[in-house]
Design a binder for this molecule. Structure first.
Ligand code: JHZ
Ligand code: ZN
Length: 414
């Protein structure tokens, strides 16, 4: 356990002090804190991880705030371009924006958490000037290498002010999987407001909390994600800063996400009205909607551990696919170590040779599977299940089976 974190006293959005418990995941390591082999595991930091809900604005959030410099520092290993589907998704996101908003060679698109440039490259292809901002040095350097102008820094009100003073004005700000990643959402929106042209649009994607709760995606709860949004809880956050939700879309990326289109004083179209009322009907602003989540998570955990235990006892060989951030939470919360899962494979070369956070499970390249095929492949990156099963078709053809752990433990022969 370590003490380099703080605990919030009130809601990250509205400040209300009444935060009711939803799920306690115990002491967890940092989900992207890969560990070099031979490191003293006793020194590995662990932090409490408690999901709570604001009684006033219904925002789901974690109590703990780990310093972002620790979370997204020099060894941050996530590179978006390793998923073909994610790159294709980014491309269609860009055409969607271009069809809604007139942009040309005099416009500017700023992307927050632009990672390795996997999205901005498509604006560049359409000859639209871009600026990426990302604090993680590895992915930012990869973006620069592929010719995407990128500022390696944390985007906050101070940086926004500095850029604005230099004359930077954004016609569109894109922010995918970044709204939850900052500890102070109000400051982030204020900073975006500083940089945005008066008629500009903010287009953001984030995992949808309704999908997370419905599909038992507890492993997407980790210290990088401070908040888990519904349409109902994200609206007041933006309204507080003068923005309205013009449109909203449900997407099946990352286990289920929302894409919101925010503009100053916007009045929502049919999509906004429809989703807001659907949420009310589902009761997402009531405590009851969240009350059995913890029990369902425990049931899933027990079922997975039992399945893996039976496979081990029967002499079957099991490996994991995807050294994802969510994998760290799934393995640690379930107490799955190398006895149940001897190794994990991943396409991301930056992760090879390292070990999973919290549990000494080594990460190998995907070719390891061919070298010594296991009998079962546990899809830790279950959100990419289709892409991975397609890519590893040979594995199924020679009798291998996939275990998909979420939303419930399922064995797929294909
Ligand atoms: P993946 C990430 O979480 C990062 P993670 C971040 N925390 C976030 O907010 C969410 O996304 C939304 C590999 N892979 O995408 C690549 C293959 O090896 O589920 C990754 O290491 N082969 C900012 O880390 C991992 O799996 C493949 O074919 O939970 C997937 O990680 C594919 C498709 C992926 O996100
Ligand atoms: Zn609140």
């Amino acid at each position: 356990m370590t003490d380099d974190y703080t605990v919030i006293a009130g809601c990250r959005s509205c400040g209300a002090p009444d935060l009711e418990p939803v799920l306690d995941l115990g002491l967890m390591p940092l989900s992207d804190g890969l560990v070099p082999p031979g490191a003293d595991r006793r020194l590995e930091p662990r932090y409490p991880l408690r999901l709570v809900r604001c009684v006033v604005c219904s925002l789901l959030q974690i109590l703990e705030t780990v310093d972002p410099k620790v979370l997204f520092g020099a060894s941050y290993p996530y590179y978006s371009s390793f998923s073909e589907r994610l790159v294709a998704h980014a491309r269609s996101n860009v055409s969607n924006i271009l069809s809604r908003k007139h942009l040309d060679g005099d416009s500017l698109v700023v992307e927050l958490a632009s990672n390795d440039g996997y999205l901005l490259q498509w604006f560049q292809e359409a000859a639209i000037p871009v600026l990426g901002i990302d604090p993680a040095p590895g992915p930012a350097a990869a973006a620069i290498e592929r010719g995407v102008p990128t500022l390696c820094d944390f985007f906050d009100p101070e940086l926004a002010r500095r850029l604005s003073d230099e004359g930077v004005v954004a016609d569109v700000i894109v922010g995918n999987n970044v709204l939850a990643h900052v500890p102070d959402q109000n400051a982030l929106i204020e900073a975006m407001s500083t940089l945005l042209a008066p008629s500009g649009a903010i287009v953001m994607e984030f995992p949808y909390a309704v999908d997370m709760i419905d599909r038992c995606e507890f492993d997407t709860i980790y210290h990088e994600h401070h908040c888990y949004f519904t349409a109902q809880s994200v609206m007041p956050l933006f309204q507080r800063h003068g923005f309205g939700m013009a449109a909203v879309e449900r997407l099946d990326i990352h286990g289920g996400s929302l894409r919101v289109w925010m503009e100053r004083d916007a009045v929502g179209d049919r999509s906004v009205e429809a989703l807001l009322s659907e949420e009310v009907l589902r009761g997402v602003t009531d405590a009851a909607y969240y009350s059995d989540f913890a029990t369902r998570v425990e049931r899933l955990r027990n079922g997975l551990v039992e399945t893996l235990g039976e496979l081990r006892d029967s002499g079957a060989r099991v490996a994991g696919y995807g050294a994802a951030a969510k994998a760290a939470i799934l393995l640690n919360h379930c107490g799955i170590g190398p006895d149940l899962l001897p190794y994990v494979v991943d396409l991301n070369t930056h992760k090879h040779g390292m070990e999973m956070p919290g549990v000494p499970i080594p990460i190998h390249g995907v070719d390891q599977l061919m070298a010594a095929p296991p009998d079962y492949l546990l899809l830790l990156a279950w959100n990419h299940a289709e892409e991975i099963m397609r890519q590893q078709g040979w594995f199924a053809e020679q009798g291998g089976r996939f275990i998909v752990p979420i939303p419930e433990v399922t064995v797929v022969a294909r």
